[in-house]
Design a protein around this ligand. Structure first.
Ligand code: UD1
Length: 422
């Protein structure tokens, strides 16, 4: 299993290109299930989760053509779902990537049936899919949950008014996709406002759908009889962007990230400015210059546009070496502090009380061997390793390969001393 070896203490400097967003690309690829015509996506990040999703779609009968591009430029992927012959998402794939649940809505809408494994628990919490099921049921799908699978059937979905009990990103995306082929109007209230939802709506509309309100908490979808092919460029990854900004901030660096926008990152950029970093937003780039020592900043995670849970772990790492004490409250997932114990092994001073972490900045971290537990936890360990004195080895970096394109190459381009050990 690959490991990442980091010799810490180098301030990151230079310029790298940000990749396409994993969390936008995954639902977008599923949207291709909604039409018989080919759909082409550009700027698709080269990630393990994308490979898993393409394998899943292929198993369903989707023809996949993938043209590899340069790092940052992304791949071009064309999907042809004209013939769907297997409406099943098996446990083996869903357990490795929960986003596989995103095939449920498009399949039942287009093919009238879907059988998708329940994702079950994962390292960061229970993460149920009851809202996806509730919404599809309101649209007239017959749904049973048997032997660990959600089995949905419908002759044709119909428009419905759906109020989700909590803000759910993939839930909103699943229901929005399903409603595109329903009869009549669907209204999703308490919808997720994440930029990835907007990117999906833009693509669906390019395919002939009639979606309005994406980006607000009420999304209206007028169902149409069929969608057609389109070409869509995947939006930049705001979490990858935020992660490199944090890595630069923690190391006292000066980096310019291209092909990305500060527009999706207001909450994160605000907090980075509070740490004392200087940030310049350009039209398609962001530059960050860090002071020698950061101020601690407290954060509270919440749905977009508030501070993203996917940036919580990285901010724990930067607070570990900042001046002062930060209070970090996680309100989205119930078990998302697993990086804390690993950061403590590197010398961080962190106390956990339920969903709140108290992080008291220390003068320096020391390198050690640590274990990655989930995607963003791994990113926080990379940041900590980059600032720690001496050598840090991060085990189980397959988590990082799920969500960060060419992480080691990008860090090396910024001057970090990083090696992938086989
Ligand atoms: C998406 C992102 C993930 C991010 C998360 C929160 C993708 C592929 N993944 O995950 O990176 O961390 O949003 O921003 O886009 N919930 C229920 N019932 C449901 C659905 C959700 O109880 O039917 C709960 C979850 O357990 C969680 C909260 O709602 O506590 C938010 O989850 P959700 O927004 O659905 O996360 P994902 O869409 O899985």
């Amino acid at each position: 299993m690959d490991k990442l070896q980091i010799s810490g203490g180098v301030a990151l400097r230079g310029e790298i290109a940000i990749s396409g967003a994993k969390n936008a690309a995954l639902p977008l690829l599923c949207a291709a299930l909604l039409t018989r015509e080919p759909v082409t996506f550009t700027h698709v990040p080269h990630l393990n989760d994308i490979g898993t999703m393409l394998r899943l779609l292929e198993q369903m009968g989707v023809k996949v053509a993938r043209e590899a591009g340069k790092v940052g430029a992304g791949d071009t992927v064309t999907l042809d779902a004209s013939a769907l012959d297997n409406l099943l998402a098996p446990y083996e794939l869903v357990k490795t990537m929960r986003a596989a649940i995103l095939v449920l809505g498009p399949l039942v809408a287009r093919a009238g049936e879907a059988k998708v494994s329940l994702p079950g628990g994962c390292a960061i919490g229970a993460r149920p899919v009851d809202q996806h099921i509730k919404g599809l049921t309101a649209m007239g799908a017959e749904i049973s949950v048997e032997h660990g699978y959600v089995h949905a059937q419908a002759t044709r979905l119909k428009g419905a008014r759906i109020f989700t009990d909590m803000v759910t990103v993939t839930g909103t995306e699943n229901l929005m996709m399903a409603a595109c082929l329903g009869a009549g109007e669907t209204i999703i209230e308490n919808a997720a406002r994440e930029p990835e939802v907007v990117d999906l709506a833009t693509c669906l509309n390019a395919m002939g759908a009639r979606v309005s309100g994406a980006g607000s908490d009420v999304i209206r979808i007028q169902g149409v009889d069929a969608l057609h092919g389109a070409t869509h460029r995947v939006m930049p990854d705001r979490i990858e962007t935020g992660t490199y900004l944090c890595a630069a901030a923690a190391t006292g660096g000066d980096v310019r990230l291209t092909g990305t926008s500060s527009a999706y990152l207001d909450a994160v950029i605000d907090k980075l400015m509070d740490t004392g970093c200087e940030i310049t937003a350009e039209r398609d780039a962001i530059r960050l210059k860090a002071p020698a020592r950061l101020n601690a900043v407290s954060i509270r995670t919440a749905p977009y546009p508030a501070f993203p849970t996917d940036m919580q772990a990285q901010f724990m790492a930067i607070n570990a070496v900042a001046d002062g004490t930060a209070v970090i409250r996680e309100t989205i997932f119930e078990n998302r502090f697993m990086h804390a114990v690993e950061l403590i092994r590197l010398g961080a001073d962190i106390k956990i009380d339920g969903n709140t972490a108290f992080v008291k900045g220390v003068a320096e971290l020391q390198g050690a061997t640590v274990m990655a537990t989930d995607l963003r936890a791994s990113a926080s360990l990379v940041i900590a390793g980059l600032v720690a004195q001496g050598e840090t080895v991060i085990e189980r970096i397959y988590h990082l390969d799920r969500g960060y394109e060419a992480l080691d190459q990008k860090l090396i381009a910024l001057g970090a001393r990083v090696a992938r050990l086989k």
